[in-house]
Write a protein that binds this ligand. Structure first.
Ligand code: UD1
Length: 416
């Protein structure tokens, strides 16, 4: 298993290019299943999670060709309706094939994803919504079995904001008869990117990016060519890295509009930020100021940036409160940061972070995707050597983060 070794203390300088967004690519690749023919996607990031969805779509009968950041998916003979446990357990987002399979084939069997490191993560709202569109759903031997005589539009009120839930329902509703209204829908840029893709396929979706999405069902959808939007979490992670190391980094091929909450907090922390046309330049302050955050659905501060921001606060001047409101177990990186000398106290879903002058390098264990990124950031500013183990979590969702950081001057290497 790979590990990453970092010798801290080097400021990051230079230019870095952002890859395509994992969380946009996953639902968009799954949406291909709604069409019959060959769709082409560019700017697809090279990630383990993308490999997982490709395996799943191939298992369902799609033919997939990959050439660098370009993927072609031919769904003409994709008739499979079963997503088995072995594929789903590797990636929870596999559940995104449920809506498309049900809409196109009128039946689907998807292994129920279990809990994961950051919490229980049920999919009850996906299932309740599909039932409201006319699916009959049962749970048998750990599988969700769904069938329908034909989906019919309906009004769905989400109890809480769910990103993949909104996406699953939006995809299913595209081929349902009549109008579907999704109330309390997720407003994430990845939801908007999916809606744009579906509309280009011939769907009729209005309101994506707002809390109310209206979908007028159509009888069929066509293949498309689309470019995947930039990954706002990768960009945010590199912005924190620049601020943390008192560096000066130009982040290119990104979408500053998707990063409002992160940009605002980094400004409060003292970073000098210049927004350009698809670029963000971050100059780190001499002294990092502390500022509280609370994670929220978009456009609030993303839970996927909480662990990285916490590292910044570990070496800030003063104390800050970090309140995680989305996932119940998403403060697990704290125990590893404590091993590096951080001063953090947890009470419920809130961490009190007292800034210290420097972290100290140590062997640490990555527990989930964003936690692994935070430990690498911590290693960049720690004295001495940090060894981050279980790097496969990082490879699920970051396209060559270690190489990108090395390109900016970090002393970082990967060992088998
Ligand atoms: C997506 C993102 C993930 C991000 C998260 C929150 C993808 C592939 N993943 O995950 O990176 O951290 O949004 O921004 O896009 N919930 C329920 N019942 C449901 C669905 C969700 O109780 O049926 C709860 C979850 O347990 C969680 C909250 O709702 O507490 C939000 O989860 P959700 O937005 O669904 O996260 P994902 O879509 O899984």
């Amino acid at each position: 298993m790979d590990k990453i070794i970092i010798n801290g203390g080097k400021p990051l300088n230079g230019e870095v290019r952002i890859s395509g967004a994992k969380n946009a690519a996953l639902p968009i690749l799954a949406a291909s299943f709604l069409t019959e023919g060959t769709s082409t996607y560019t700017n697809v990031p090279k990630l383990q999670d993308i490999h997982s969805i490709k395996l799943l779509l191939s298992h369902l009968g799609a033919r997939i060709e990959t050439d660098a950041d370009r993927i072609q998916i031919d769904t003409r003979n994709a008739r499979g309706h079963e997503a088995p446990y072995d594929l789903v357990r590797k990636m929870r987002a596999s559940v995104l094939v449920l809506g498309p399979m049900l809409a196109r084939l009128k039946k689907a069997k998807v292994s129920l994803p279990g809990g994961c490191a950051i919490g229980a993560r049920p999919i009850d709202l996906h299932l309740k919504g599909l039932e409201q569109l006319g699916a009959r759903i049962s749970l048998e031997h750990g599988d969700v079995e769904a069938e329908t005589d034909g989906l019919k539009g309906g009004e769905i009120n989400f109890d809480l904001v769910t990103v993949t839930g909104t996406e699953n329902l939006m995809m299913a509703a595209c081929l349902a008869e009549g109008t579907t209204v999704l109330n309390n829908a997720a407003r994430e840029p990845e939801v908007v990117a999916l809606a744009e893709t579906l509309n280009r396929m011939g769907a009729n979706i209005l309101g994506a990016g707002t809390a109310v999405i209206t979908i007028e069902g159509v009888s069929s959808l066509n293949p498309v060519t689309m470019e995947i939007i930039p990954d706002r979490i990768e960009a945010g992670t590199l912005m924190v890295a620049a601020a943390l190391t008192h560096g000066d980094v130009l982040i290119t091929h990104c979408e500053p509009e998707h990063l409002g909450a992160v940009i605002d907090k980094l400004k409060v922390a003292g970073a000098d930020i210049t927004i350009g046309d698809h670029t963000i330049r971050v100059k780190g302050p001499d002294t990092i100021q502390s500022a509280d955050i609370q994670t929220m659905p978009y456009p609030g501060f993303p839970t996927d940036m909480q662990a990285q921001y916490m590292v910044l606060m570990c070496v800030a001047d003063g104390s800050s409160l970090i309140n995680e409101t989305i996932f119940e177990k998403r403060l697990i990186h704290v125990s590893e940061l404590l091993r590096m000398g951080a001063d953090i106290t947890i009470s419920g879903q809130t961490a009190l972070v007292r800034g210290i002058s420097s972290l100290s390098g140590a062997p640490v264990m990555a527990s989930d995707l964003r936690a692994s990124a935070s430990l690498i950031l911590a290693g960049l500013v720690a004295t001495g050597e940090t060894v981050v183990n279980r790097v496969y979590h990082l490879d699920r969702g970051y396209d060559a983060l270690d190489k990108k950081l090395a390109g900016l001057g970090a002393d970082i290497r990967r060992e088998k």
